[in-house]
Design a protein around this ligand. Structure first.
Ligand SMILES: NC(=O)C1=CN([C@@H]2O[C@H](COP(=O)(O)OP(=O)(O)OC[C@H]3O[C@@H](n4cnc5c(N)ncnc54)[C@H](O)[C@@H]3O)[C@@H](O)[C@H]2O)C=CC1
Ligand SMILES: O=C([O-])CC(=O)C(=O)O
Length: 344
């Protein structure tokens, strides 16, 4: 039986700990490597007593290479979270460098791994990972993902609060665009049989777009979503593993990817929008992205949201890309983005 080592980077953090706990439940994982610059050995010792199949090992701050060696999948919730009043883009200053260094570790130690990026701002951190892997000539766009699953999870839950006939567990909402404010575009028109009023659609869309702010505000300076994110991160990791290890076909989940992962299907969209990355429903296969599903016919309201998302996304993508390709350009504050914090 081949081994399926999974490495969690940032494993001792608010997301990292519950995510590692949930991953410890998986029978598809043989080795769980927990890397963090603080406390990883303690978290690993604790989780290692749980009676499931995987072994758990902790790696400290000077042990990134050992933690990543030959990983099958790398999940990255490393970096700082928001405080009230901050945008996800405000995290770029600190998190961009953390993600670059981790991506270099991936390139050196597990160039063939699936890379699942949770750290914000996802719209920019995914291009950073891609550009680093390109530099090392090991980039496979089918295997690098921005984890936008929390938007999907929130959408399912929030719609069930408006219509009690909806089962939030079995009703999946397609959420496209990116993972911040106006770039999060839930396609509520695609939910079979939905009968939301125009007002409900507007309110639900706003809540899904700014769900992260709800948690940041409620935690009042103690961070952002961790437990719901761990749930979403484990759900997405399981999708990747079910398809790549178990050979399960036909699994569809929304995720933020480079459109080159399925250049043929996305050619027209890329030509129209000029975007290189976009969150969209993806069908998974043994090598990661099997197919990027086409954008469905959307409502006029959704088209308006998409048009707004494209502009913002383009700036976020450019900022992440240039951080690697033209680092001196990104240190200047010229790449302006709209304030993401929900209007009060
Ligand atoms: N994609 C999404 O939907 C979501 C993303 N996030 C993002 O996830 C990230 C982590 O959030 P939390 O877990 O709440 O933060 P946290 O501060 O609780 O944990 C982050 C962990 O990363 C570690 N870390 C920092 N630099 C590192 C490095 N170079 N290598 C390895 N580990 C390192 C820290 O020691 C800490 O344990 C944030 O950027 C946050 O914005 C949060 C919620 C949802
Ligand atoms: O809001 C944040 O900063 C964390 C996040 O990405 C989310 O909860 O969706």
């Amino acid at each position: 039986m081949s081994t399926r080592p999974i490495t969690v980077c940032g494993a001792a953090g608010g997301i990292g700990q519950p995510l590692s706990l949930l991953l410890k439940q998986s029978d598809l994982i043989t080795d769980l490597a927990l890397f963090d610059i603080v406390n990883a050995p303690g978290v690993a010792a604790d989780l290692s007593h749980i009676n499931t199949r995987s072994t758990v090992t902790g790696y400290g701050k000077d042990e990134m290479d050992a933690a990543l060696k030959d990983a099958h999948t790398v999940v990255i919730p490393a970096g700082v979270p928001r405080k009230p009043g901050m945008t996800r883009d405000d995290l770029f200053k600190i998190n961009a460098g953390i993600i670059r260094d981790l991506a270099e570790g991936v390139a050196r130690n597990c160039p063939d791994a699936f890379v699942l990026v949770i750290s914000n701002p996802v719209n920019s951190t995914v291009p950073i990972v891609s550009e680093v892997l390109k530099k090392y000539n090991v980039y496979n766009p089918k295997k690098v993902f921005g984890v936008s699953t929390l938007d999907v999870v929130r959408a399912s839950r929030f719609i069930s609060e408006v219509d009690s006939n909806i089962n939030p567990k079995s009703t999946r909402v397609t959420v496209v665009g990116g993972h911040s404010g106006v770039t999060i575009v839930p396609l509520l028109s695609q939910i079979p049989g939905q009968k939301f009023t125009e007002e409900q659609v507007k309110a639900l869309t706003h809540r899904i777009q700014y769900g992260g702010d709800e948690v940041v505000k409620a935690k009042a300076g103690a961070g952002s979503a961790t437990l719901s994110m761990a749930y979403a991160g484990a759900r997405f990791t399981n999708v990747v593993l079910e398809a790549s290890v178990n050979g399960k076909t036909g699994i569809v989940e929304s995720t933020y990817v480079n459109l080159l992962a399925d250049a043929e299907s996305t050619k027209a969209f890329h030509a129209k929008t000029g975007l290189d990355y976009f969150a969209q429903d993806v069908e998974f296969g043994p090598e990661g992205v099997a197919k990027i599903l086409p954008l469905p016919a959307v409502s006029d309201h959704e088209q308006g949201l998409l048009d707004e998302a494209y502009t913002e996304l383009k700036a976020n993508i450019e900022k992440g890309t240039k951080f690697i390709t033209e680092p001196e350009a990104v240190t200047k504050p010229e790449v302006a983005t709209k304030p993401e914090v929900a209007p009060q």
